[in-house]
Design a protein around this ligand. Structure first.
Ligand code: NAD
Ligand code: MG
Length: 334
């Protein structure tokens, strides 16, 4: 059993010394998809001397790119059937249909690997019991994974074992995480459930959903009260970056220490009032019960009517237009 080298965290964290790339050096790895994660993981693996086949449909426009990068390409079904490790790096919404194309080629002793837990956790993909099912999920977009790797640095990642048929699933997943550079920065072990549910909750309540709505509500409150859209945009959108940069660098205290005492007092006494914790809990409940997953799966089956409608509304929001004009003026910011 691999031991974490850092026991100050709740979950095990793995670094370079915890893994051995030779655990997967004899494997043929099928990378299905050549988008953000696919191109980066495939090239980092190939740099370790690992045999990589990229799986893309015959008519995929990414095929040229794969060849230009010096890698082999075949169909997802051919790649999966030739491989020992099959890594699902196509969009989450098409993984079930790609899985149908490749499942014949998944043999006893193979590994099926993901970079996000959605389809396994919500039962959309049900792999055979005699294969390993793991997750290695870099916590950055692919271009950063590749760029930092080439600088001999790495980006942090997550790792999880859903099914351990070989009794070596964890070691091999750590070896994979090492080969793509993630153990240079640290890889946290989690579960498919924890990764999927925290990811969905975070992107809905805080990151993508929460923050856009916070900006829009702040912007609209000021504009509706008669202030200029430019000032409202500057205050509620543009300055957000500077605040978040400080939080990223040194946490809330670094940010609070960097703003005025007036800003800090206002923040400490007023911030709490605008968050509806019951609404947040409801979002988490829907993620945990699978209600959100069911909605999103049927939304995709219906060709995304709700998605398209909301997307259009966001595109038409006044912040889009004001922002485009203001960003053009801020030449010092380029
Ligand atoms: P992407 O959209 O960037 O790339 C998808 C690739 O799949 C493209 O090359 C596309 O041509 C190919 N593809 C699309 N449909 C296909 C089909 N039917 N058959 C074969 N290939 C097809 O995807 P991504 O953002 O790299 O995401 C891949 C996985 O990684 C997802 O599970 C995602 O949740 C996870 N992930 C992404 C990031 C990220 O930053 N992008 C980070 C961590 C995990
Ligand atoms: Mg996400």
């Amino acid at each position: 059993m691999t031991q974490s080298s850092d026991d100050s965290f709740t979950n095990p964290v793995y670094y370079d010394e915890d893994g051995d790339v030779s655990d997967i050096e004899d494997e043929t790895v099928a990378i299905l998809g050549y988008g953000s994660q696919g191109h980066a993981q495939a090239q980092n693996l190939a740099d370790n001397g690992i045999d990589v086949i990229v799986g893309l449909q015959e008519d995929s426009s990414s095929r040229k790119e794969v060849k230009a990068d010096g890698l082999r390409v075949s169909t997802p079904a051919e790649a999966a059937s030739a491989a020992d490790r099959i890594v699902m790096l196509v969009p989450d919404t098409v993984q079930t249909s790609v899985y149908d194309d490749i499942k014949e080629g998944i043999e006893k002793g193979n590994t099926l690997q993901f970079a996000h837990g959605f389809n396994i956790h919500y039962g959309q993909i049900e792999p055979p019991v005699d294969v390993d099912v793991t997750m290695v999920a870099p916590k950055t977009p692919g271009h950063l994974l590749r760029r930092t790797y080439k600088r001999d640095e790495g980006t942090p990642g997550l790792l999880a074992v859903y099914q351990d048929a070989s009794n070596e699933a964890r070691e091999k997943a750590i070896a994979y995480a090492k080969a793509i550079g993630c153990t240079r920065a640290g890889v946290i072990e989690t579960t498919f459930r924890e990764e999927t549910e925290t990811d969905l909750f975070g992107e809905q309540a805080v990151l993508c959903g929460g923050v856009t709505e916070l900006v829009n509500a702040g912007f609209e409150t000021l504009v509706d009260a008669g202030y200029s859209p430019e000032m409202a945009y500057f205050e509620c959108m543009n300055e957000l970056k500077h605040i978040v940069d400080l939080m990223y660098e040194g946490g809330h205290m670094e940010m609070l220490n960097s703003v005025s005492d007036t800003a800090e007092y206002g923040a400490l006494t007023r911030g709490e009032e605008i968050i509806d914790r019951d609404a947040m809990q409801k979002i988490l409940d829907d993620v945990q019960t699978g209600e959100f997953a069911r909605e999103w799966i049927s939304e995709n089956q219906a060709n995304r009517p709700v998605y398209n409608q909301h997307r259009q509304a966001e595109q038409n929001h006044q912040t889009e237009d004001v922002g485009e004009r203001l960003r053009e003026l801020f030449v010092w910011d380029k």
